[in-house]
Design a protein around this ligand. Structure first.
Ligand SMILES: Nc1ncnc2c1ncn2[C@@H]1O[C@H](COP(=O)(O)OP(=O)(O)OP(=O)(O)O)[C@@H](O)[C@H]1O
Length: 273
């Protein structure tokens, strides 16, 4: 696993309107690409097209050809799971194409490991339709992880999660990408999480790419203002973690508890001191 997913001039039309208006981007292996942008910018549409689930113009290639179903796994935005199956059964469905009439110990072990990683072992025997939205999101992530895809595309995988689990999931995805040389692309609304975890940031605005590159190189306050229509400050905690702080018009443009640094002038990744 070490190839990039390459999108070339991707265009998607729905309901008679062009939603994605010619997006070209490379999602490198061994890191997270974050896809951000306002509501309706086209993030889900682009991701579904990249997963080849929507008709589109342009090309999506991996290793010079269209990725196949065993290489690519897509996790859509959270929808309530209504299946009358146990959590373990739902996770095992991630290996449906490999399952036989009897379960192999390796499949059970993989499911156990994935459930443990995302912290849902205690729910293994519970019916999935009795879980909360966040717990179901973790079940679906475990299901995708046991496929061990070379390309993992996830549409808002942290939308239903609490603070600790948002970090847990993004840590898992970053490690998965780095250890396996996999392409991981994640739609996120939280720019702080995107700046913290991604090595590649695509911001979509009205169906077009507003920026693409390492967050420390492309994310700045004028860009946030022009794309989101809000003033924001890019700050760093004492531990060097970037925080994108949006300001309401009534707020003074300084947050005193955090230091502010010239984010774009950093050339060696995100500031770490
Ligand atoms: N089936 C459809 N028919 C017509 N228009 C659609 C369809 N699905 C999505 N759209 C439109 O396409 C645009 C992009 O939608 P999309 O869901 O990709 O946005 P998004 O950036 O993921 O938004 P959000 O952050 O709200 O999830 C929106 O204006 C939406 O109304």
């Amino acid at each position: 696993m070490s190839h990039a997913l390459v999108l070339e001039n991707v265009r998607v039309s729905r309901g008679g309107a062009e939603i994605i208006k010619g997006v070209s981007a490379e999602f490198p292996a061994a890191g997270i690409t974050a896809i951000c942008g306002p509501n309706g910018a086209g993030k889900s549409t682009l991701m579904a097209a990249a997963a080849n689930l929507l008709p589109h113009d342009g090309k999506t290639t991996f290793n010079g050809r269209r990725p196949n179903a065993t290489e690519l796994s897509f996790m859509p935005q959270a929808l309530g799971l209504r299946a009358q199956l146990s959590v373990l059964e739902v996770v095992l469905l991630g290996r449906l194409d490999k399952l036989g009439w009897s379960l192999r110990p390796a499949d059970i072990d993989a499911a156990d490991a994935a459930m443990a990683a995302v912290g849902i072992t205690e729910f293994a025997a519970r019916r999935v339709d009795t879980l909360s939205g966040g717990q179901q999101q973790l079940v679906l992530l475990a299901q995708r992880l046991i496929r061990r895809p070379e390309i993992l595309l996830l549409d808002e995988p942290t939308s239903a999660l609490d603070l600790r689990r948002q970090l847990l999931v993004l840590d898992i995805l970053k490690t998965y990408a780095e250890e396996n040389g996999a392409v991981v692309a994640v739609v996120l609304h939280d720019l702080s999480l995107a700046a913290r975890y991604s090595s590649n940031l695509l911001i979509l605005h009205e169906g077009r790419s507003a920026c693409l590159g390492h967050p420390s190189h492309v994310l700045d306050e004028p860009l946030i203002r022009s794309v989101y229509g809000v003033d924001a400050e890019i700050l760093f905690t004492s531990g060097g973690t970037p925080v994108i702080a949006p300001l309401s018009p009534s707020e003074t443009p300084r947050t005193k508890s955090l230091d502010k640094f010239p984010y774009r002038q950093e050339t060696n990744g995100l500031r770490s001191t």
